[in-house]
Design a protein around this ligand. Structure first.
Ligand SMILES: [Ca+2]
Length: 571
């Protein structure tokens, strides 16, 4: 019955790009770079954490992001780019060019990382920020020459370590938990910064600037990966940044969603024919909330906005340094988000430190589903889900002289395309074996033709599976299912907000696509949620004040187990 005779053939067919990425590398290396001038570009890859599709100004948000917007003004915005809905699987694909299952869901087996491949191609490889794999490794063990940052999935922004004299205890997700940190090959458990002005987003950038000063003008090109931990919870921000937004969210999420949608339509980010998804039915009617609740909600969203604002300020510092070094013209910069905004903590968010208001060192809170729903405008669902609210990300690319300024593309792209793209521009080689392991071919396509204003052609199907979620997209058609629920079918050209399930009307298409998904799952070793439980199922769920079931509060044992979704009640 198998449509694909064997794994190799399947991978060849679904990847579509195998031939273009594996065979002509020798030629590409000889040409050395996609600009054709023989000079290979520096590469800066920046990623936000848990940031929704509409949060950036250049994707419709009211949050002030002038520096990221400037990348869009001088670069290309992707409107149809996809991630893997969660931190670990997104990083696994971004850094390897494979589906996350192929390297063991963040364990990084049978793969070569982008840093290893670029290092082999003569690049200086640098990283700051959040690493977050399941492997227990640190960045310098996987190809980075230098690194500074968080090894785990999340931490206190002001102090990821132990209580400092004269300060309250830092708020934590796990009361006695110790966060792993690494600076080059040195591991810290805990990492307690002496600097009382420490704040992760700023500290990551401080180190990125040091690296740029040290290596930015070297003969060899560099690859700098900046993985911000913001705006992932906890809600931690500098008071002066929060003050810019405090009071602006007192009217609740409805006007925010409406205004974002209008800006997205005006910019051409989304299509007129897509209806705005209705407000999540777990997001209560704002008029029913009392004044204290509204004030708390305004505070939470203003902190979240401040976290993104601070990311933008730090993007500005990196852009200024690149300009100062005189390397702007020969640097490819990309910026994206690792997954959609979260619903963790239910409608009103969680407070892990009871009685402490969100925002400061001693707090540990999330902003909740009400605002996650607004962040993902116009889409449905959240981080962890394979509906568009979970897997859609902004992606902006700037490369002077190659990318036409202020352009937009509707080409469908995915994280698995990043590695082929970067190897393409770097003239790097993708190996068939690495560290005595056989390496599967990269699964994506080089986006260089799109960066140059062209198209990808038929890219073949894309697949997702994580926890109890699964999906597949082929052309304009997408099937998606939650847990043991049946497949839903959507026409993404007519209805990207996934409001009209066509599965019953076109069951033949669903059957055909589902068979392809099954075959893919077998080939890459993906779990089929329809066939029963995996580690995330059956987790305890909480009730909120209104008696509705909430997504579980964060796991006490580690972020990778923090699913945060609520499949059964969330339809
Ligand atoms: Ca994330």
């Amino acid at each position: 019955m198998a449509r694909f005779a064997n794994r190799r053939e399947f991978i060849k067919i679904v990847a579509g790009a195998t031939a273009t990425v594996s065979l002509p590398f020798a030629l590409r290396a000889a040409k050395a770079g996609a600009t054709g001038d023989g000079k290979r570009p520096n590469i800066v890859l920046m990623m936000a954490d848990d940031m929704g599709y509409s949060d950036l100004g250049c994707y419709g948000g009211e949050i002030q992001t002038p520096n990221v917007n400037s990348l869009a003004q001088r670069g290309l915005r992707f409107t149809h780019f996809y991630n893997n809905a969660k931190c670990v699987p997104t990083r696994a694909s971004l850094l390897t060019g494979l589906y996350s299952q192929q390297s063991g869901e963040g364990r990084y087996r049978n793969c070569v990382t982008i840093a290893e491949a670029l290092k082999a191609a003569g690049y200086r490889t640098l990283m700051v920020g959040k690493w977050h794999t399941s492997a227990g490794s640190i960045p310098t063990e996987r190809g980075f020459d230098r690194s500074y940052g968080l090894v785990a999935g999340c931490c206190n922004y002001f102090n990821p370590g132990e209580q400092r004299p004269g300060e309250p205890a830092p708020g934590r997700k796990v009361v006695d938990g110790v966060i792993k940190w690494a600076i080059d090959d040195k591991v810290f458990r805990p990492y307690t910064p002496e600097d009382r002005k420490f704040y992760t987003t700023d500290a990551f950038t401080d180190n990125a600037l040091k690296y740029l000063d040290q290596y930015g003008r070297a003969t060899e090109p560099f690859f700098l990966y900046v993985a911000f931990n913001a705006p992932h919870y906890p809600l931690h921000a500098w008071p002066e940044d929060v003050a810019k937004y405090r009071g602006k969210y007192m009217d609740g999420p409805d006007p925010v969603r409406k205004a974002r949608l209008e800006r997205q339509l005006a910019m051409g980010i989304i299509e007129k024919q897509w209806a705005l998804s209705p407000r999540d039915d777990r997001s209560p009617d704002w008029s029913t909330l009392d004044a204290a609740r509204k004030d708390d909600e305004d505070l939470r969203m203003s902190i979240y906005a401040a976290q993104i604002d601070r990311v933008d300020q730090n993007v500005g510092r990196i852009l200024a340094k690149i300009k100062e070094l005189g390397i702007e013209e020969n640097t490819l910069i990309m910026f994206l988000s690792d997954n959609g905004a979260t619903s963790e903590g239910g409608p009103f968010g969680f407070n892990m430190v009871e009685g402490v208001k969100p925002g400061g060192l001693d707090s540990y809170a999330s902003y909740g589903l009400i605002w996650g729903n607004a962040s993902n405008t116009p889409f449905r669902k959240y981080k962890s889900y394979n509906h568009e609210g979970g897997i859609s990300t902004p992606l902006i690319a700037r490369w002077p002289g190659v990318i036409k300024p202020n352009t937009m593309t509707r080409e469908v792209g995915h994280l698995i395309d990043v590695m082929p793209t970067l190897l393409d521009v770097a003239g790097g080689k993708y190996p068939t074996t690495f560290k005595n392991e056989t390496i599967p071919p990269m699964q994506g396509k080089s986006l260089v033709p799109v960066l140059k204003g062209g198209t990808l052609g038929d890219r073949g199907p894309l697949f997702w599976q994580h926890s109890s979620e699964k999906a597949m997209r082929e052309g304009k058609w997408k099937i998606v299912a939650m847990g043991q629920a049946p497949w839903e079918l959507y026409d993404m050209e007519a209805d990207r907000t996934e409001l009209r399930d066509l599965a019953k009307q076109d069951s033949e298409r669903v059957t055909r696509m589902a068979a392809m998904w099954d075959e893919w799952a077998k080939c890459v070793g993906a779990h089929d949620p329809a066939k029963g439980s995996d580690k995330h199922r059956g987790r305890k769920q909480s009730k909120d004040a209104g008696g509705k079931t909430n997504p579980p509060a964060p796991s006490r044992t580690g972020d990778k187990k923090n699913d945060g979704s609520n499949k059964k009640s969330d339809k």
